[in-house]
Design a protein around this ligand. Structure first.
Ligand SMILES: Nc1ncnc2c1ncn2[C@@H]1O[C@H](COP(=O)(O)OP(=O)(O)OP(=O)(O)O)[C@@H](O)[C@H]1O
Length: 301
């Protein structure tokens, strides 16, 4: 068994004139949480649907748990758990009935009661699906995704629409699954989510990976420049972007011979980095260099 869960090379998919995926490479290791991050329409769902075997690709190599999802059979399907963007549970059944029902689809399902406890729905076993809150339904969706005991769980925007508390509970659930050894691939709009959960991530924009690595390495690489602000003699704010803010401040201290009026040093947040990378701050998306190892971010895991 290799330590690779997913390998994608040169993946392309067009919808008419739209290049949803324009040459994507991904490498996801067993046991890790890997986040695919990107703005609306970036190609995240398309990528995940291809990994699930639910969408055909135009070009590229895809291997998921050692198989091509386009031709893999039932045995492979039972090793890959899927949590869809849309709810999949029938509204009239109870939580327990739903989980038991889905368990029958798998050759070696997990214990339904244990899975219900794992997703934190222990107190809701007898509730009908239609009576669950949005967050509880999503947890049920995850229960259905893991009931078959998958080695790999694919989640497409699992926490969209969650309030902050529900999102944190969900993160706990993902961590528990990771502790059990499940490999997790999730798409998200939330940088905070990727930072909280992912060992590594890829940022996709306009169908291309524009950055990848650990969240820490991403911030380090793209967010290391600071901006020093101060007030000039005319009272107007001056700003200088620099990789060496201490040196800039020291120079200003000499210039002002002591206290620097209006001194402020700021660093971009990871969100600023992400928005700049994906061109949402008015700049064009940057693309990874195509000839060498993309962006060569350190993997510090
Ligand atoms: N079935 C389809 N037919 C035509 N175009 C599609 C189809 N599915 C997706 N697209 C287009 O392909 C591009 C990528 O879409 P995709 O859903 O993969 O992006 P996404 O990153 O998941 O977006 P979101 O964050 O909004 O869910 C978009 O321009 C979208 O409009």
């Amino acid at each position: 068994m290799t330590d690779e869960a997913v390998r994608v090379h040169g993946l392309r998919k067009r919808y008419g004139a739209v290049a949803a995926l324009d040459g994507v490479d991904l490498d996801i290791r067993r046991g890790e949480v890997f986040a695919i991050l990107g703005p609306n329409g970036a190609g995240k769902s398309t990528a995940v649907e291809i990994l699930q075997g639910h969408r055909a690709r135009d070009a590229g190599e895809v291997s998921v748990l050692g198989r091509d999802p386009a031709s893999a059979g039932r045995a492979w399907r039972s090793r890959v758990g899927i949590v869809w963007q849309d709810e999949s549970a029938p509204a009239e059944l109870t939580v327990a009935e739903t989980v038991r029902h889905f368990a029958r689809y798998y050759p070696r399902p997990r214990d339904p009661g244990e899975v219900i406890g794992l997703v934190g729905l222990g107190e809701k076993v007898a509730s009908r699906v239609k009576a669950l809150s949005g967050g509880q339904r999503r947890r049920l969706d995850v229960a259905l995704g893991v009931i078959g005991g998958p080695e790999l769980l694919l989640l497409d925007e699992p926490t969209t629409g969650f309030d902050p508390a529900a999102r944190r509970l969900f993160w706990e659930l993902i961590r528990r699954l990771t502790d059990e050894g499940t490999t997790i691939v999730l798409t998200t709009h939330y940088l905070e989510e990727a930072e909280a959960l992912a060992h590594r991530l890829a940022v996709i924009a306009a169908g291309r990976v524009i950055a990848r690595g650990t969240p820490a390495a991403l911030r380090e690489r793209y967010g290391s420049r600071a901006t020093v602000h101060w007030l000039g003699p005319d009272g107007a704010t001056r700003a200088e972007e620099t990789a060496t803010p201490t040196r800039t401040v020291a120079e200003l201290m000499r210039r002002f011979d002591g206290e620097i009026p209006g001194l402020r040093v700021s660093r971009p947040t990871l969100e600023d980095v992400y928005l700049r990378l994906t061109g949402q701050l008015g700049e064009e998306p940057r693309t990874e260099p195509r000839t060498e190892e993309p962006t060569a971010l350190e993997d510090t895991r």
